[in-house]
Design a protein. Structure first.
Length: 225
């Protein structure tokens, strides 16, 4: 079941906080977060949207999404982060959910080699299910759980070996400590915007029904990155 939440506004440029009136977004970006179960996908999203870490989380069933507005230069961007179930059955994600994605986050746990090894399968799923060539979507790979550095089994040179499969940006995070989360997702949003990927004023084209959209009220609280 899709669960829209009230969006907040983030400024990608100014290092201070401010109150803003309801703003109409100029662009709409859909970002899908994929990867195996138990790697912290839900908490990556929760930290970026709400600055919250949920120590005990239920495995995501199907897909949920959360929204946030970000300000980049002189435009406001409506970002939807789609949280996917991480079943080993990669095809469990309906093909329709890949459509019109502006960016993809493939996350893994740096302490579990199997979650990294699955990345190649996730890339193949992207190639099969995206409605455009994978080169037309901004890809970010995130190595999560850097708070467990002493238990690391995946290293930067391992990630570099994936470069032959697609172009991507690699960053590392700790969702538990909220380290690198904002920087990683903000970097992805900037890259999407700079490449001109995404929909301009076209929220009706996204996979959300009108009733869900109406529930997502604009927030007047502006959180500045």
């Amino acid at each position: 079941m899709l669960k829209p939440v009230k969006p907040s506004i983030v400024d990608l440029n100014k290092p201070k906080t401010a109150d803003v009136d309801d703003e109409k977004a100029d662009f709409s970006y859909k970002i899908l977060v994929i990867g195996d179960s138990g790697i912290g996908k839900s908490n990556l999203i929760s930290q970026f949207i709400d600055n919250k870490f949920m120590e005990f989380t239920k495995t995501t069933v199907g897909l949920d999404f959360k929204m946030k507005h970000v300000r980049f230069s002189d435009v406001v961007i409506r970002v939807q982060l789609w949280d996917t179930a991480g079943q080993e059955q990669f095809k469990a994600i309906n093909k329709s959910y890949y459509r019109e994605s502006s960016g993809i986050i493939i996350a893994f746990d740096i302490t579990r080699r199997s979650t990294f090894d699955s990345i190649l399968q996730w890339i193949e799923e992207l190639k099969s299910n995206l409605d455009v060539d994978i080169s037309e979507v901004e890809i970010m790979i995130i190595g999560n759980k850097t708070d467990l550095e002493k238990q690391r089994v995946v290293f930067h040179h391992d990630v570099k070996k994936l470069e032959d499969n697609c172009n991507f940006t690699y960053m590392e995070t700790s969702a538990m400590n909220n380290q690198g989360v904002t920087e990683a997702i903000s970097t992805l949003i900037r890259k999407i915007h700079q490449r001109g990927i995404g929909n301009q004023r076209s929220f009706n084209r996204m996979n959300i029904n009108d009733s869900d959209s109406d529930k997502a009220n604009n927030s007047k609280c502006c959180i500045i990155l």
